[in-house]
Design a protein around this ligand. Structure first.
Ligand SMILES: [Zn+2]
Length: 344
């Protein structure tokens, strides 16, 4: 990502005043960004967090180290000290887990958010008075795509964010915006399309239900289905396994194509249900499945959507891939700080 013009060279102190510091803790990477409220490009640094031998899932101590390291890289790129970083307008952290569950510390690989955010506030940014906002990653992705991505200017938006189910990741998750504002719901669970049923006889889901979208169409579901129906390996890291399915699909392998098609049609089915129910302007789909097999996946998404969207809703191309890729979460988290009237 190109540094923000003038950000590193700005002479006035503190140089980051007015910017948001956003940190995204995904299942396989940690990203930090300084984002301004205008249209200049954000300054973004990302570190991949490969699985440590014999230590899977990643420990909270390791996550804190990675966040510390990536914020340090960001500071160096921006040319600011820790004290100057304290001038940021606000701090937001997106995590690929349910924040309520993370606070309880339940679930494999779930970062203990209280400890993580306290470390960010007190040590990494050295600003004990600052509020550190935490947000479910799919919410941050959806806000990011609404602020600066594929859903710009739209009033009624569903974001569908696929992620690795390894290390406590959520699989498919989602978030809703109606009338241009985020819809949380009484329990903060609105928009969680990953746990909407798409097959009453489908596989069991980690949420306790059966046939959820995430159990049929997540990256984990795609690689598991391919392994069960072909010569694909059943063990290995999820990104590696998904990459193998994507490459095989590009060669025309029928099992890989069928696995991706099954997932894409299910995503289209779920999108059709959501659009019919809520009269949405657009459904934005992002994550490793889209990045790995975009064309194959989206042909199937389109088919599933058009087959199941009634009331004339299939007339417009309402289901689109995200535009921001892996940067969507930090951009969305920053938007929550910079535009609380819309995204707070
Ligand atoms: Zn579920």
């Amino acid at each position: 990502m190109t540094p923000a013009p003038g950000l590193a060279a700005r002479a006035a102190r503190p140089p980051v005043r007015g910017l948001a510091l956003a940190i995204d803790v995904a299942t396989d990477s940690v990203t930090a960004a300084l984002v301004g409220g205008d249209r200049t490009a954000p300054l973004i640094r990302r570190r991949l967090v490969p699985p440590a031998a014999g230590a899977h899932p990643v420990s909270n101590e390791r996550l804190v180290q990675e966040v510390d390291a990536v914020v340090s890289e960001l500071r160096q790129a921006a040319g600011v000290t820790v004290a100057e970083l304290g001038g940021v307008r606000g701090i937001a952290v997106s995590v690929d887990v349910d924040p309520a569950g993370a606070e309880r510390g339940d679930g494999p690989g779930t970062p203990a958010l209280d400890a993580l955010t306290a470390t960010v506030r007190d040590e990494i940014v050295a600003r004990p008075d600052a509020e550190v906002r935490t947000v479910r990653r799919a919410v941050a992705v959806t806000i990011g795509e609404h602020w600066r991505g594929a859903a710009r200017g739209r009033r009624a938006v569903l974001g569908i964010a696929d992620s690795s189910a390894e290390r406590g990741g959520s699989g498919i998750d989602g978030a809703l915006m109606l009338d241009g504002r985020l819809l949380g719901g009484p329990g903060g669970q609105a928009g969680r399309i990953g746990h909407v049923p798409v097959d009453p006889y489908g596989p069991g889901c980690g949420c306790g239900a059966r046939g959820c979208l995430t159990a049929v169409a997540s990256s984990a579901a795609v690689v598991a289905w391919a392994a069960a129906h072909g010569r694909f390996p059943a063990t290995g890291t999820e990104p590696d396994l998904l990459g193998a399915v994507g490459r095989a699909a590009a060669r025309g392998d029928p099992v890989a194509l069928a696995s991706l098609r099954r997932a894409g049609e299910a995503i289209g089915f779920a999108a059709a249900a959501a659009v019919t129910l809520l009269d949405l302007d657009v459904v934005v789909v992002s994550g490793p499945l889209v990045d790995t097999a975009g064309t194959v996946l989206f042909d199937a998404v389109d088919d599933g959507y058009r087959r199941h969207a009634g009331l004339g809703q299939a007339a417009a191309p309402r289901v689109v891939p995200g535009e921001l890729g892996p940067d969507a979460a930090v951009i969305g988290a920053a938007a929550m700080v910079l535009h609380p009237e819309r995204y707070g």
